[in-house]
Design a protein around this ligand. Sequence first.
Ligand SMILES: Cc1cc2nc3c(=O)[nH]c(=O)nc-3n(C[C@H](O)[C@H](O)[C@H](O)COP(=O)(O)O)c2cc1C
Length: 305
Amino acid sequence: MSDLRTTVGPLTFKNPILTASGCCGYGLELKEFFPLDRLGALVVKGLSLKPRDGNPPPRICETPAGMLNSIGLQNIGIEAFVNEVLPILEADGIPVVANLFGEEEEAYVALARRCEAARGICAVELNLSCPNVKKGGIHFGTVPEAIKALTAKVRQVYTHSLWVKLSPNVSTVVPLAVAAQQAGADALTCINTLKGMAIDPLTWKAKLHTTYGGLSGPAIKPVALRFVHETARAVDIPIVGCGGAATALDIVEFLLAGARAVQVGTLLFQNPALPVELEEGLRAYLDERGIPSLDAIIGKVKTHA
Ligand SMILES: Cc1cc2nc3c(=O)[nH]c(=O)nc-3n(C[C@H](O)[C@H](O)[C@H](O)COP(=O)(O)O)c2cc1C
């Protein structure tokens, strides 16, 4: 039988299927559908220092091959997560990745410090798709200097695995990936949602309360694959793919592009048991072809050049 284990820096996961942040809360509801320890790792909903209600509805709508969301980073806050949720997840024996966001560098640093002190978190993932209120609202994730400064500050207080999640809403990704690596990131997650909009042609109204939202789902998979491929060639740290994965063959594509693990997000809303199906499908794909381990396919895409 093929070996599905993968490493992301110093971490070893039993398989490369991870959840994407924001698409299964804190994982507790998934337990109805499969034992959580079938996952490679669980990436939880973005956490902030204080609880947040998020944006008013409508904040989700379907689009061709995807969805738009403007949840506005609703969450229970880091303290409730660490004190009430983490002990339950720890009992399930599942590696937990804490997705973090803030409106200024100090918030990310304080969150990372809290995670450092907590038991049961194997990595933090910085969501940089947030406006930096102190810097006039520019997004942390769009300027290499901002990524570098933020990652370096978090690196000083966080000794475990530090992942930086890149936004696709940029014209070029390589300088951003390099900046994160130089500042001490252990891995990069590619990608967050693409900024988009939907309109009801009958009422003429924007479908989301916030007008714009984040596009996710199969519609963005080609963009995500391109980001994974470009960043994997530009940096030495591992890449975690994310964006539109729906089938085991999608997982294979991400691995071929250079990802060492793949997060599954939007499709969980359609099929919460999908991670187990993906794991089984990936195993069958490898077994049928006599591929002994993931290292035999990671980054092995054949290009025409
Ligand atoms: C409803 C919803 C909430 C999300 N919340 C977060 C979040 O809190 N933090 C984050 O980094 N990404 C968040 N994302 C982005 C996903 O983690 C992922 O990067 C994106 O949806 C692309 O993957 P997918 O096409 O498999 O969903 C969210 C996405 C959706 C659809």
